[in-house]
Design a protein. Structure first.
Ligand SMILES: CC(C)(COP(=O)(O)OP(=O)(O)OC[C@H]1O[C@@H](n2cnc3c(N)ncnc32)[C@H](O)[C@@H]1OP(=O)(O)O)[C@@H](O)C(=O)NCCC(=O)NCCS
Length: 257
């Protein structure tokens, strides 16, 4: 097993976001090295994708996840094993020794991202925000009345970006909770108009808004990224962002060799 010095273990009040652009990771030799990192199950899933762009997206997401986690533990990227919670969230199963590390993944067609924390849950979502469609009728089904009112109060030319801001925040929150769409999307509301992004919960949600922290980033004109961190009652988290081309390391080491 390769030994890497952990370069930047997330502190108790840190969340590290790592993201990669698909087009910057397109070298066939690099993709072959990414493939060598995959478990048997991951290779099987890769083989089931019909469209090449989905294969590339899936492969890069796995490579980003595995190489990112290996920055924090003396574990070769190929040696991580994963399980899923009952709602499908991937979590670290092994090897032993990576205790406390948590992560969440998101991918859009040209961008993949991973957030890493220690001992607390975080969720991440990236969306391509350059497509149109009938966003207002989607908003009717997934946004709360407060969020819909925020959207409608804006001039029409600002609504598309606000729609994706709210959408990515909502997805990052349900992913931080690890419960996906089993959470009622209209029972919590984001407020992105204030300097600090806020959340309000309907009574039945049994959540404390003060325990959450959110970050929203626009990566160029066409991509929106949101992170939700359950920071608890402590100080604010520092949330850092790093763009990378995942580096698989020494192919001769690790169980995939
Ligand atoms: C988890 C979910 C909400 C995110 O889906 P998505 O935005 O389409 O896709 P993302 O790329 O952001 O996230 C997918 C990744 O989240 C992770 N994930 C899966 N289930 C998860 C869960 N319950 N909690 C946290 N993360 C989860 C996985 O890593 C998954 O990728 P993988 O299967 O390749 O490992 C998905 O269950 C879903 O159903 N999405 C539907 C979209 C929707 O209607 N959203 C409402 C808008 S507000």
């Amino acid at each position: 097993m390769i030994i890497r010095p952990p370069d930047l273990l997330p502190g108790a009040h840190e969340a590290h976001v790592w993201y990669a652009w698909v087009e910057q990771c397109a070298d066939p030799r690099l993709l072959e090295r990414y493939r060598a990192l995959l478990s048997r199950e991951e290779r099987e899933r890769l083989g089931r994708y019909v469209f090449d762009y989905l294969k590339r997206e899936y492969l890069l997401t796995r490579a980003l996840c595995r190489t990112t986690l290996s920055r924090y533990a003396d574990v070769h990227p190929a040696d991580w094993t994963f399980c899923t919670n009952r709602y499908g969230r991937p979590e670290i199963a092994g090897p032993a020794g990576a205790t406390g590390l948590r992560f969440n993944l998101s991918n859009a067609r040209s961008l993949v991202a991973c957030v890493v924390t220690r001992d607390v849950d975080a969720g991440i979502d990236v969306e391509e925000s350059n497509h149109g469609g009938d966003l207002l009728s989607i908003a009717d089904t997934v946004f709360s009345p407060y969020e819909r009112a925020q959207l409608l109060a804006l001039p029409p030319e600002l609504r598309r970006q606000r729609f994706f801001d709210l959408w990515t925040l909502k997805e990052s929150y349900i992913k931080a909770r690890g419960m996906g769409l089993s959470l009622p999307l209209q029972q919590f509301s984001f407020d992105v108009g204030a300097p600090r992004i806020g959340i309000a919960f309907a009574a039945g949600m049994a959540q404390d808004a003060a325990h959450w922290q959110f970050v929203l980033e626009h990566l160029g004109p066409d991509h929106t990224l949101a992170v939700s961190v359950e920071r608890g009652g402590g100080p604010d988290f520092s949330v850092s962002m790093r763009q990378v081309i995942p580096e698989p390391g020494d192919d001769a080491l690790g169980k995939a060799a």
